[in-house]
Design a binder for this molecule. Structure first.
Ligand code: SF4
Length: 76
């Protein structure tokens, strides 16, 4: 199940409607929503809770776990 913040991006099967599966890249990267922008999310929601390097590592761990769940959707 997707988080409420990202559910609107779901094309119906848990994959983002903006992901180009042929290239494994975001089709709207330069204008992606803040919820997809690690720096923006840190500044808006997490700055008071943890240091930037910790937030980056937590995001990397989450990405690694998501890749295990959906290995066919490899982001390069
Ligand atoms: S970065 Fe792009 S492809 Fe990834 S979730 Fe956000 S909008 Fe979708």
């Amino acid at each position: 199940m997707l988080a409420p913040e990202t559910a609107w991006l779901d094309r119906g099967d848990g994959i983002c409607r903006n992901l180009d599966l042929a290239t494994a890249r975001c089709r709207i990267y330069d204008r992606r929503p803040d919820v997809c922008n690690v720096r923006a999310m840190y500044e808006q929601r997490y700055r008071k809770q943890m240091a930037w390097p910790v937030f980056v590592v937590l995001n990397q761990v989450a990405c690694d776990e998501l890749r295990k769940l959906r290995p066919e959707v490899l982001v390069r």
